[in-house]
Design a protein around this ligand. Structure first.
Ligand code: DP6
Length: 359
């Protein structure tokens, strides 16, 4: 069991107090993670683009406390105390305690902020959980023996996954794979890995404009959503399809075949939503404006020959993906034809990024 390797043997140093700050990006899946087993093990492998602008910055301050009988922490978002974030973090601490045996020895102050609006419907759990996992790893590293950069990132990704599955894809690399896939060396169910093969120039600096169609609270929490795949009539086929799509993605990324990329990515997005529409209970997470945008993108692609496409996460917002050499034209198209369908005309320009940073 690889998990056991993440349990520190013993700590050689003792530290009274300190603080670490990490900034960690969000990511957008091309082949989607939807469905998980116990202990946050994915039902199928997934691959994502790491984003560059959508980030969470977290400062974790810690000070030794008198006793070690319970977790003690407070959370702030943009300087404001957020007690409603505590249950999720308490659950995370419980899950990772065995791998970070110092957790009950300190009082923690978690100060976090996002570059994107909290209520934008952009999932902050991936960037938030990976930033927190990295801060905790910095403490783990300071207390223990030398740890290589590779092992540091691997354990941070492992911890982040226990906070939120997709968070394990927000550590290092522009394309990250999570979940064991027989054609991807080093891929694992327990942590994300940098995509290890050749990637065509066409995907360098790939652009992602996120159209904020609905900024409301998520209609279905991701945990509830993933659970809907248990006993889902199409689950088995879906997991098979995701594996095949990831196989196909290897040659698409190598050859730079944008038409095949578009077909695969859009089909993944619609399949994710189809899974939600065909589960029991069923949900429609798209809004009328999501469909308006999709139709506009299809019409624009048809008339202009553009390689623009869309993907979706588990909500109504649309990620518009396009190659860097089309950035100018596609942005004009977005401003002229798509912004009208966004809530308050809001959108976020982003592009592929390279991962988290220690500040
Ligand atoms: C639709 O990672 O948010 O964005 O593991 O329950 O925290 P938990 O789920 P989460 O699920 C993300 C699902 C998705 C697809 C993806 O990112 O691959």
């Amino acid at each position: 069991m690889i998990e056991k390797e993440f349990i520190p043997k013993s700590y050689s140093n003792s530290i009274e107090s300190g603080s670490f700050t990490w900034s960690s990006p969000s990511n957008i899946a091309l082949v989607k993670y939807w469905g998980k087993k116990e202990h946050q093990i994915p039902e199928n492998p997934s691959i994502s683009f790491t984003l560059d602008n959508c980030k969470t910055t977290t400062t974790l301050s810690f000070s030794k406390k008198e006793n070690s009988d319970s977790f003690s922490f407070e959370v702030f978002l943009d300087g404001e105390k957020k007690d409603d974030f505590k249950p999720k973090i308490e659950t995370f601490f419980k899950r990772v305690e065995a791998y970070l045996p110092f957790l009950k020895d300190y009082h923690f102050k978690i100060e976090t902020s996002n570059t994107f609006p909290h209520s934008s419907g952009i999932a902050s759990s991936a960037s938030g959980m990976s930033a927190l996992a990295l801060c905790l790893m910095s403490i783990d590293k300071s207390l223990g023996e030398h740890i290589s950069q590779e092992n540091f990132i691997q354990k941070a990704s492992f911890l982040a996954r226990l906070g939120s599955g997709s968070a394990c894809r927000s550590l290092e690399g522009d394309l990250v794979v999570w979940g064991k896939h027989n054609k991807i060396d080093g891929s694992s169910d327990v942590f994300g890995v940098k995509y290890p093969y050749e990637v065509h120039q066409n995907f360098k600096n790939y652009q992602d404009t996120i159209l904020l169609v609905d900024k409301g609270e998520k209609q279905v929490s991701s945990t509830v959503g993933h659970n809907l795949m248990h006993g889902h009539p199409f689950a088995k086929e879906r997991f098979k399809q995701a594996n095949k799509n990831l196989s196909d993605m290897i040659s698409i990324l190598k050859d730079g075949d944008l038409d095949k990329f578009i077909a695969l990515v859009e089909s993944e997005a619609l399949t994710l939503h189809a899974m939600m529409m065909t589960s029991m209970p069923y949900f429609i997470l798209m809004k009328p404006n999501t469909l308006e945008i999709i139709n506009k993108i299809w019409a624009y692609r048809q008339s202009s020959g553009s390689k623009v496409c869309f993907t979706l996460d588990a909500g109504a917002n649309v990620h518009v993906l396009y190659p860097e050499n089309e950035a100018f034209q596609v942005l004009e198209f977005i401003k002229n034809e798509l912004v009208a369908f966004c809530q308050k005309g809001q959108y976020i320009n982003d592009k592929i990024g390279f991962g988290a940073k220690l500040l």
